[in-house]
Design a protein around this ligand. Structure first.
Ligand SMILES: O=C(O)CCC(=O)C(=O)O
Ligand SMILES: [Fe+2]
Length: 824
């Protein structure tokens, strides 16, 4: 939808009638109603322009809306008449530069070294003086999304790239092979359904929005003398100008919806002052203002804000827009968005009665640009969505999540040492399979598993059994045997917490650790909760961050029965070098966590240089900070055990001034406790003969009080769902783990901790067997299986004495902190 070329300022034809109308006449009223309809309905007409026939076919199939027309054209050949558009939306879609897709981009580069196929020349069209005169500066945003594709579709896409299309047939065959090779390597490739060959093809869509502007200079307070700065004088009868002048008389933070402005104008016979007076007294403003002040988080929000900006600048010059989609007040409609088509028609021309001013906005909903491109959606009850919240300090983390955050947890030299050691070790790590939204995907990061040297002697369990468990640590996927803790890791977690007297044998100890290495902005890990197979319910996981700061994102899984009452909130916790976030009991049951990809990250400058390893030249001890670029690696001890032992009290570090490589890598080590009552030999096996995995039923955790009423039905739901999805084994409706009652001093995040959570054992053979498992699942029967107790059995997380239970509790944290202080 665009307009181009020489322009005079004119309004949209469909609105023009309204603007030509005379005040104080019936016709004026009719026209203003018409104008209201125009605003109310958001988009009056949308002209889509697309060069590719295939794309046009997809569009025509998907979009059935009388207001939308589609024609062949390009950026500079739209076929749309001058002065037509109020808003231009440009969308260009490109494969995202991540993992395997990055490599796809190298293919056309071979044939088009100047990368003309990636030209941004279209921007020139919109940077012309004419556009600048009549349109506001463009706003841009990138939307990332995954296009479900097959390898065939991906190949087809690459073959359609303009640098590839002109190639000879035999070259195209090579391109095809190249694409398939890249996909076979599968770096960072995520499957939707591997069996069906359906994968995620990550794309970034650049959306550019250019809004038409009206710039008026207010030279008098009676709204009679407005001039378009762009040159054209407009009559003060023009309703749009009346609107602008009305806005200019209101407090910037108190501008109501456009429909309300129009109502006021109609009711006051176009008298701007009177309308302003009336609106000032209106009690409904705050609602509208609140709406407008919401941060724009998606395309809809983005396209529907601007009024606040407009009014802020009103003192002498008001920059407004005449855009049909320029601000939320413009975009009001009746509560049924799907009735947009018919309601486009002006109200009955014969109607002489004025529209009734409702004085309330409760009946209107914003209409967004995308709504015309989507099928009508049924009315949804409104549930407040809280925007993501950054938890920027330990107090906030503790307030909103079941986690605690601890800065500068290790002595700084040790933190640095451990960082270097793990960076080196990461050379030999691999990309793991990951559980993401019930699907196995390849995680875009390197990972490895460590076990404490004495960690496998727990409870007299055979070492081999533990080793097998350790090898299955990620989602039942067999990985390499675990590495022993390197010395620095031992040094980092020398103590055992929880029941430290040890007499009861219920001591939490970091006997295993999963380590992750994320290089650059594009590496991360998707939302998941950690598997509980050997950790048991309510585990404590202590997660150490080294190197560049990354965001640790937490999001609650809202139980199904509450889904219509509240939305989960996303929490972002920046984790700097040498910080420890402890995921306490219930984090894995209630939240999922991830390390998101980021547009940019800070480069990390280690505060200490590499230690000179005795017997090694300086050059050899200068190891690269980038495990994925082996070319620049001088020496690569492939396993942590290659690192020469040293005493943590006698670190030989060079002076900070020399020899400190900067890095874009983050190392993460999650210290975990494999419980004896969840030892490898005690894990049930499914019919495939492999150990099951243990998962909490996050979605159906049931509030104790509600469960008293509805427990049976919910139990049924779970059973049905599982029988449907997973096979026939079924299970008893035993309670999983009862939670504690009557907690005192609860914090925010504990408000909903009165839950029963069921855990079930499920077959996971499919992960190792092309998705073919036996489908077995059964609810864990804590008593019958001889497991527990768990931290949930305590009377609360804020116990003041150490409890004989596996898990760090809050009192332990104080011990931990004291320990850090006396460390070296
Ligand atoms: O890197 C992190 O902080 C999170 C790692 C993680 O979630 C995991 O290893 O399970
Ligand atoms: Fe995790």
């Amino acid at each position: 939808m665009k307009s181009k070329g020489a322009m005079t300022y004119e309004l949209h034809p469909q609105a023009r009638d309204g603007f030509k109308a005379q005040r104080h006449s019936e016709e004026y009223d009719r026209n203003i109603i018409r104008l209201k309809d125009r605003f109310r309905n958001g988009i009056v007409e949308l002209k889509a322009v697309e060069p590719s026939e295939g794309m046009r076919a997809v569009f025509s199939n998907a979009v059935k809306d009388a207001r939308v027309s589609l024609s062949e054209g390009t950026f500079d050949r739209t076929g749309v008449q001058n002065d037509w558009a109020d808003l231009i939306v440009i969308a260009t879609q490109g494969a995202k530069r991540v993992g395997w897709v990055t490599k796809l981009w190298d293919i056309p580069a071979q044939y088009d070294p100047l990368r003309l196929h990636q030209t941004e020349q279209w921007r020139g069209l919109y940077a012309s003086p004419l556009y600048e005169q009549y349109f506001q500066p463009s706003e841009e945003r990138v939307f990332s999304h995954d296009v479900p594709s097959t390898s065939q579709a991906v190949t087809g896409r690459v073959l359609s790239w303009s640098a590839i299309v002109p190639l000879e047939e035999q070259e195209k065959v090579k391109v095809k092979e190249n694409v398939l090779e890249i996909m076979n390597e599968g770096e960072g490739l995520e499957w939707i359904d591997q069996e069906k060959g359906l994968l995620k093809f990550p794309h970034d869509t650049l959306v550019v929005v250019i809004r038409r502007k009206i710039v008026v200079s207010r030279t008098a307070t009676d709204a009679s003398d407005f001039k378009l700065l762009a040159g054209t004088t407009m009559s003060n009868d023009d309703t749009e100008i009346l609107l602008v002048s009305l806005i200019s008389l209101l407090e910037p933070h108190n501008i109501p919806a456009q429909s309300e402005l129009l109502d006021a104008l109609v009711d006051c016979d176009g008298d701007v002052e009177a309308a302003a007076q009336r609106l000032r007294q209106s009690s409904t403003r705050s609602t509208a203002v609140k709406k407008r002040k919401r941060a724009a988080t998606d395309l809809k929000d983005w396209l529907t804000i601007s009024s606040a900006k407009t009014s802020d600048k009103r003192a002498k010059t008001i920059t407004s827009t005449s855009s049909i989609a320029s601000e939320s007040p413009n975009l009001t409609s009746s509560s049924k968005p799907h009735s947009l088509g018919p309601s486009l028609k002006p109200q009955s021309a014969g109607s002489s009665s004025r529209p009734r001013s409702t004085g309330s906005l409760s009946h209107v909903k914003p209409v967004d640009l995308m709504s015309v491109l989507r099928a009508p959606a049924p009315d949804q009850p409104t549930v407040v969505r809280n925007p993501p919240l950054t938890l920027s300090n330990p107090a906030m983390v503790a307030q909103h999540t079941p986690c605690t955050l601890h800065y500068s947890i290790l002595p700084p030299e040790l933190a640095c040492e451990l960082y270097y050691t793990m960076l080196d070790a990461a050379q030999g790590w691999s990309r793991n399979k990951w559980w993401l939204f019930d699907r196995i995907v390849v995680s875009p990061h390197l990972t490895s598993f460590f076990a404490r040297v004495d960690g496998f002697e727990l409870e007299g369990e055979p070492e081999e059994a533990w080793k097998e468990a350790a090898q299955l640590w990620y989602n039942g996927r067999k990985s390499d045997p675990p590495h022993p803790f390197p010395e620095e890791m031992e040094a980092a977690f020398p103590l055992e917490w929880g029941g430290s007297s040890g007499t009861d044998g219920m001591t939490w100890r970091a006997n295993v650790a999963a380590a992750n290495c994320y290089q650059g902005t594009k590496e991360g890990v998707g939302f998941h909760s950690d598997q509980l197979t050997n950790l048991g319910p309510y585990p404590t996981i202590a997660s150490l961050s080294l190197g560049t700061t990354r965001i640790f994102r937490l999001r609650e899984v809202v139980p199904s029965i509450e889904a219509d009452k509240r939305h989960a909130r996303t929490y972002n916790v920046p984790l700097p070098h040498n910080s420890l976030i402890i995921m306490h009991a219930s984090t894995q049951e209630r939240f999922k966590h991830c390390i998101p990809q980021l547009p940019a990250i800070d480069v990390f400058h280690p505060p200490f240089p590499r230690r000179r390893i005795p017997g090694m030249s300086l050059e050899k001890s200068q190891l690269t900070s980038s495990p994925a670029s082996p070319a620049s690696v001088s020496v690569v001890p492939s396993t942590p055990s290659n690192v020469k032992p040293h005493s943590r009290k006698k670190l030989i570090l060079d002076s900070p001034a020399e020899n400190t490589p900067s890095s874009n890598c983050r190392i993460n080590i999650t210290f975990r406790f494999y419980r004896p009552d969840f030892a490898a030999t005690k894990i049930p096996r499914c019919k495939c003969g492999v150990p099951c995995i243990l998962r909490p039923d996050m979605k159906h955790r049931v509030d104790r009080r509600e469960d008293d009423i509805k427990g049976t039905q919910i139990g049924e739901d779970i059973r049905n769902e599982n029988l449907k999805g997973k096979g026939k084994e079924g299970g008893t409706e035993e309670r999983g783990v009862p939670s504690s009652k009557n907690r005192n001093n609860r914090k925010d995040h504990e408000d909903r901790e009165e839950y029963h959570i069921k855990y079930w054992w499920t077959c996971y053979a499919g992960v190792q067997n092309d998705g073919k498992g036996c489908g077995m699942w059964k609810v864990m029967d804590v008593k019958a299986e001889g497991r527990g107790p768990f931290i949930s059995d305590l009377e609360g997380l804020h116990v003041l004495k150490l409890e004989p239970i596996y898990g760090l509790i809050f009192e332990d944290i104080k011990i931990l902190e004291r320990m850090q202080k006396s460390f070296l």
